[in-house]
Design a protein around this ligand. Structure first.
Ligand SMILES: Cc1cc2nc3c(=O)[nH]c(=O)nc-3n(C[C@H](O)[C@H](O)[C@H](O)COP(=O)(O)OP(=O)(O)OC[C@H]3O[C@@H](n4cnc5c(N)ncnc54)[C@H](O)[C@@H]3O)c2cc1C
Length: 390
């Protein structure tokens, strides 16, 4: 059967659903989202949900900052369900050799308008009394940051998009994008053919394979990342803010009354999205538990609650690709968000829908995310490598 629509979004993670909502709310008629499995079944459903703005490049900082406003008032701005934003504050801790880097980052972030500042050792101690801190370290504090629910956000976007006339089709992998005369003609699944002038590929870790089938070769790599939760003894560690710890190469945040989520974005194990191990491994738990115990004394007495692994989709400069495909009218790519995608999804959805409908992103300059940067050798460079922080 053939269905005719103005746009097809492929992939029902937080990116695809944000794009779908932003297209339909800007007047695109009856757009369709195709998801191979269920909403949030890719990286989104395994995301740690951190919402903070500390980045070393302006494009990432801006995407996170523009998104932050939406997370804080999702029900008011997008409508529908809230996304459970929880404010915890976020402390970035770096070792002595990164002091210049963190200073440059904070200066750039403040020029963007982000609510952040460098704090002294004494101030950091007051903000995070549970932490063991060293006077040689440097600290940046984001008072308003926290975390949210990634799957809940994808669901909220898709429900609002459906209210406005979009269709979400689950368990329907896109098999092929038909391209005729240099233009997108249709997106095909096993049961349907969706005739459309616009196709957006937001397929997360599956992007390299899917794009490769269409002759688009981008340096995208799926890598496996573990996180786990500890149930703290509240007499030893009553509470703590979220944080990124570059000294011990970990990130963490509280969850509910007594859990702590901990992860590390630096383990870059290449993985096959069809056959990776989604379970926790004791080697990782032991190593990372030891590291967080250096930062939060007393957490070694916790109970291991649960753990799992998910996939990042990474590019060589750890920045995503958000772009149109030159030479194929109507084809757009939105992928490669490594550990940043959840907190950037609201702004990415706006910027990409502007690119599609108005020919350029108005919210912010997304040229640093163009797909040709790899071939041009013009990668994004950072003042200090903060990839450890999800
Ligand atoms: C362990 C972990 C912790 C993280 N922590 C954070 C964090 O704290 N903060 C943060 O901002 N980010 C974090 N991230 C990153 C963030 O989760 C991702 O960047 C984001 O979810 C990417 O969203 P996406 O929509 O691009 O991809 P995905 O969520 O993977 O969605 C892609 C979707 O496409 C579908 N699909 C694939 N192929 C097809 C096809 N052919 N047809 C139809 N559908 C298809 C998949 O089933 C999937 O649902 C974390 C990620 C992991 C794994």
């Amino acid at each position: 059967m053939t269905v005719t629509t103005e746009a097809v979004v492929i992939g029902g993670g937080v990116m695809g659903t944000s794009i779908l909502y932003n297209l339909v709310s800007r007047g695109v008629q009856a757009p369709v989202l195709l998801e191979r499995d269920t909403l949030g079944s890719g990286s989104t459903g395994r995301s740690s949900g951190a919402i903070r703005m500390h980045y070393s490049t302006e494009v990432n900082a801006r995407l996170a900052w523009e998104s932050f406003h939406i997370f804080k008032d999702f029900a008011g701005i997008v409508g529908g369900d809230p996304v459970e934003f929880v404010k915890t504050g976020y402390l970035i801790i770096v070792p002595e050799d990164a002091v210049d880097g963190i200073k440059k980052n904070v200066t750039m972030q403040k020029s963007v308008g982000i609510d952040t500042d460098l704090v002294t050792y004494k101030e950091a101690k007051e903000l995070a009394p549970a932490f063991h801190l060293d006077e040689s370290e440097a600290f940046a504090w984001e008072p308003e940051s926290g975390h949210g629910d990634p799957s809940g956000t994808a669901l909220a976007y898709s429900m609002r998009a459906r209210d406005l006339g979009a269709t979400v089709v689950l368990e329907s992998p896109a098999q092929e994008i038909e391209i005729e005369g240099g233009k997108v003609k249709a997106v095909v699944t096993s049961g349907e053919r969706y005739e459309t002038p616009i196709a957006v590929v937001a397929t997360g870790p599956w992007s390299s394979t899917f794009l490769g089938k269409h002759g688009i070769d981008l340096p995208l790599k799926a890598t496996r990342h573990e996180v786990f939760f500890l149930r703290r003894r509240l007499d030893l560690v009553p509470s703590h803010p979220g944080g990124g710890d570059m000294t011990n190469l970990i990130y963490f945040r509280p969850e509910g009354a007594d859990l702590t989520l901990v992860g590390n974005g630096n383990h870059e194990d290449p993985a096959d999205p069809e056959a990776y191990n989604p379970r926790s491994t004791m080697g990782f738990v032991e190593e990372i538990w030891e590291r967080i115990a250096r930062r939060i004394p007393g957490i070694e007495e916790s109970e291991l609650f649960t753990g799992y692994a998910g996939l990042y989709t990474s590019t060589p400069d750890l920045h995503p690709v958000v772009d149109k495909v030159d030479g194929i009218e109507g084809l757009y790519i939105c992928t490669g968000f490594s550990g940043h995608g959840f907190k950037e999804a609201p702004a990415v959805g706006i910027a990409l829908s502007e690119l599609i409908l108005e020919g350029e992103a108005k919210l912010l300059d997304i040229t640093p995310l163009r797909m040709t940067r790899f071939a041009e050798g013009d990668l994004n460079t950072t003042t200090y490598d903060f990839k450890v922080i999800a």
